[in-house]
Write a protein that binds this ligand. Structure first.
Ligand SMILES: Cc1cc2nc3c(=O)[nH]c(=O)nc-3n(C[C@H](O)[C@H](O)[C@H](O)COP(=O)(O)O)c2cc1C
Length: 160
């Protein structure tokens, strides 16, 4: 099975999970970049404002052929209860993803990931295979390994 972890992260939390998933699945790891939201408080406020407005930003996506992969796992933080805008920009491009797609989110913990998962389901042309949500504090404090292991085992079991 050839897998890809494709993620967006503004402040590094989601990057940590992407790296852990990539290692556990022996997957390629690629990042969606979005300069508009890099930086301190102003960028944070802009992210929140754009997110409430649903204003999709320009993004930089690595040059990828998704048909090389059996499984793509997309990941992002949650912003204002929904997937961070750069991931939404990516999905709005209607990329030709393989039939197996899973998603993971990191979040502050003050809202559940349910709405974000539903939005991703609505934007994908294929059924979402699995989803994972990890609170920011668990990731930063390294208390996320069991949850990640369970998620990876689930993906591998579906493969078998
Ligand atoms: C603009 C903005 C909006 C956010 N909205 C939410 C939210 O609605 N619910 C929540 O639990 N966390 C929210 N967060 C917290 C992030 O989801 C959380 O800190 C995440 O782990 C950050 O990931 P990153 O370091 O990869 O950017 C928000 C963060 C930002 C920047």
């Amino acid at each position: 099975m050839k897998s890809l972890v494709l993620f967006y992260s503004r402040t590094g939390t989601t990057t940590k999970v992407a790296n852990a998933l990539g290692t556990a699945l022996s997957a390629d790891i690629k990042e969606i970049k979005c300069p508009r939201y890099q930086g301190g408080w102003f960028a944070y406020l802009r992210a929140g404002y754009d997110s409430v407005k649903g204003r999709l930003p320009p993004i930089d996506v690595p040059d990828l052929s998704f048909d090389e992969y059996d499984l793509v796992i997309i990941g992002a933080p949650i912003w204002t209860s929904y997937p961070a805008l750069p991931l939404r920009s990516f999905l709005a491009r209607k990329p030709k993803l393989p039939s197996r797609v899973a998603v993971f989110f990191t979040l502050g913990g003050h809202s559940p990931a349910e709405k974000a998962v539903k939005m991703v389901e609505g934007l994908l042309p294929v059924p979402l295979e699995a989803s994972l949500e990890l609170p920011h504090d668990q990731v930063i404090e390294g208390r996320d390994s069991d949850t990640i292991e369970t998620f990876v085992a689930k993906l591998n079991a579906i493969d078998g």
